[in-house]
Design a protein around this ligand. Structure first.
Ligand SMILES: *Cc1c(COP(=O)(O)O)cnc(C)c1O
Length: 357
């Protein structure tokens, strides 16, 4: 069975050596030595100042909201993984959906300003499929209206914008290191904070608000990464360049073979790509369903990322409608892409798509 992605497993002996280390020192969680090592290595590799590891990408978003005291309304995109929106709702923040750009699939800066009200406290864009948002335009709007910006950068591991990490834009960016992501630590995530003065607050927030054995400073939660996850992260990080090389070959082959047949995501010209997803947009939902059925019969399971559009979620009141996001959601399919995807399987996928258009 071929899925949209396959979790990368590093060399087993290398992972075991880290596990031996954990057994020797008996430190399993609570900011252990491997978590500290991974934080340092990731901050260096990504080119960011303040990086805090957490237990997953969803909680990373929630810590970001609490670190910045976000409340009221937040302008976000309906074209994302459900956690972008559900994390807001969980924290009693109302998502206000701005429609996406039909080419980049990212929140369109044109649609932000007319949604701003006195209740708006932040903008929460997503670098969808690793395609960098129009970060400079978003920054201008945020400055003009004194709004915070949080980027859900779950897909944007190691993406550069004008030669520096895209994670340096906005007040906070969050990453997910879930097993299905480009870089993973089984479960995990990170928050990247640009204001040095907020780092300590976020560190207390991920550990119940505890300052030391006698002082509890404020409300907090448990969002800590453990040592076994950090060990996996350290192993995967060793191989990340190789992983990206393989994915790049696969992506370029898809692009060459499918151009003129389907719509691709238009990439931000000022940014690098990380080859984490390969979405294609069909002319109609019927066409998508036909291709999907043909591939499923061959035991190949591309994913309808992202479907449904989040502005259709029944638990959000008042009802909102983003036409472009709804339209793209119905016609977009993410094709299998991962380091170990074999050439003959990719050829089968391409052949089946061509035959069913
Ligand atoms: C994966 C993902 C998340 C959630 O991350 P988890 O680590 O699975 O909690 C949030 N936002 C986006 C855009 C994602 O793709």
């Amino acid at each position: 069975m071929i899925n949209v992605t396959k979790s990368y497993l590093p060399n087993k002996d290398k992972y075991k050596a880290y596990i031996d280390e954990i057994y020797e020192n008996g430190w399993l969680t609570n900011n252990g030595p491997l978590v500290q090592r991974l934080e340092k290595r990731l901050a260096e590799y990504l080119g960011v100042k303040n990086l805090i590891l957490v237990s997953n990408g969803t909680v990373a978003l929630e810590i970001a909201y609490r670190t910045l005291d976000i409340r009221g309304f937040v302008i976000t995109t309906p074209f994302s993984f459900v956690a972008t929106t559900s994390s807001l709702v969980t924290n009693n923040i109302l998502p206000i959906f701005g429609d996406i750009n039909e080419k980049s699939f990212n929140l369109d800066p044109k649609n932000i300003e007319n949604l701003i009200t006195p209740n708006t406290s932040a903008i929460l864009p997503v670098h969808v499929f690793g395609n960098a948002c129009e970060v400079e335009k978003i920054e201008q709007i945020a400055n003009k209206y004194n709004l915070k910006v949080i980027y859900d950068a779950a897909h944007a591991f190691d993406v550069k914008y004008k030669d520096k990490s895209v994670l340096n834009y906005g007040d906070i960016s969050t990453l997910s290191f879930h097993a299905t992501k480009l870089f993973h630590s089984i479960e995990g995530g990170a928050i990247i904070i640009n204001d040095d003065n907020l780092v300590q607050k976020a560190r207390y927030l991920i550990n119940f608000g505890i300052k030391n054995t006698e002082e509890i400073l404020h409300l907090g939660t448990n969002a800590k990464m453990n040592e076994f996850e950090a060990a996996m992260g350290l192993c995967v990080l060793d191989d990340i360049e190789e992983i990206k090389e393989r994915r790049k070959d696969i992506l370029e082959n898809y692009r060459k073979e499918l151009k003129d047949l389907v719509q691709f995501q238009e990439q931000n010209k000022n940014a690098t790509e990380n080859y984490s997803y390969f979405p294609v947009v069909f002319k109609s939902e019927e066409q998508l369903l036909k291709v999907q059925k043909a591939l499923n019969e061959k035991q190949i399971f591309p994913r309808r990322y992202f479907y449904p559009s989040l502005d259709t979620l029944e638990y959000i009141e008042p009802k909102q409608e983003c036409k472009i996001s709804r339209d793209i959601s119905k016609r977009i399919l993410c094709l299998p892409i991962y380091a170990e995807l074999e050439k003959y399987i990719q050829d089968t996928i391409i052949k089946n798509i061509k035959e069913n258009l």
